[in-house]
Write a protein that binds this ligand. Structure first.
Ligand SMILES: C[S@@+](CC[C@H](N)C(=O)[O-])C[C@H]1O[C@@H](n2cnc3c(N)ncnc32)[C@H](O)[C@@H]1O
Length: 257
């Protein structure tokens, strides 16, 4: 994932401008690949609070923080919809690939908006499965894209949420969000197979009962054949960045601002 999306995420966060000494909250931080980048961006005078509901992920991140002597990160175990941190204290609230894992996107972004100061920045990076395809187009990638979308739906998740982020931000009370599409396309390398590897690991189509194990294995084999051919490039799910600043003097929030 980091190889497919990492550089793009860092570039956009860098362009948005993270000041030395800034206070940042990274929600759904996982093992903290972005947390650690943010920690370095805010410098020793800054602070990053890393939030995740998974104790296992936070333990791995804590081990890294200790090993690398990163002094400006603290970890907090919490659900993204109810984070017990002081409201209106942060310069930036960030999440990547969190909202596609939750059933209530607006509630998550509303929580992020509550955590930042007036004028503070809310930034989210989320996938849109419709970006997944091969060039030239193949029937197997059309099938894989459809199957991925349906597996997400079967879990109550929306793998097209990326392109809907401006609407989510507005519903959460953040006016005038901006967005950028990241379309990673690869001819070779592990990045070319990022989404295939994710599917192999999660086996979501099998777990959700959409496909028997044997058919799933055949599908994975066909995807591998495309990936191994340099006659085909593969586009991973697009990553959509969306950001907005909280109003300096926020008025009452409405559902469809
Ligand atoms: C795909 S990982 C992304 C990790 C990291 N943001 C990144 O981009 O590398 C999703 C993370 O969100 C966390 N997560 C999912 N739902 C959550 C929730 N409701 N509240 C807090 N964390 C959540 C998971 O535990 C997992 O660590």
């Amino acid at each position: 994932m980091e190889r497919a999306y990492g550089d793009h995420t860092h570039r956009i966060l860098g362009e948005l401008g993270i000041a030395d000494g800034a206070k940042v909250v990274d929600i759904g931080c996982g093992t903290g690949s972005i947390t650690k980048w943010l920690a370095s961006a805010v410098g020793a005078a800054g602070r990053v609070v890393a939030v995740d509901r998974s104790a296992e992920q936070l333990t791995l991140l804590s081990e890294d923080i200790d090993r690398d002597s990163i002094g400006n990160v603290t970890v907090t175990q919490a659900d993204a919809m109810q984070i017990e941190l002081a409201r209106g204290e942060f310069d930036l609230a960030h999440c990547r690939l969190l909202i596609s894992h939750t059933a209530e996107p607006v509630a998550v972004v509303r929580e992020m908006a509550a955590l930042v100061k007036p004028g503070g920045l809310v930034v989210s990076f989320e996938i849109d499965i419709n970006g997944l395809t091969s060039f030239p187009r193949t029937e197997i990638y059309d099938r894989f894209r459809q199957l991925s979308r349906n597996s997400g739906q079967a879990m109550g998740l929306d793998f097209e949420i990326g392109t809907k982020l401006p609407a989510v931000f507005r519903s959460a009370g953040l006016a005038a969000p901006d967005m950028e599409f990241i379309e990673p396309v690869y001819l070779r390398g592990a990045e070319k197979r990022f989404w295939e590897y994710t599917a192999r690991e999660s086996k979501l189509p099998v777990q959700t009962g959409l496909m028997p194990e044997e058919t799933f294995s055949e599908l994975m084999h066909e995807l591998e054949t495309v990936a191994n051919s340099e006659l085909y490039a593969v586009a991973q799910p697009r990553l959509v960045a969306c950001w907005a600043r909280k109003a300096a003097n926020p008025g009452p929030m409405t559902e469809q601002q």
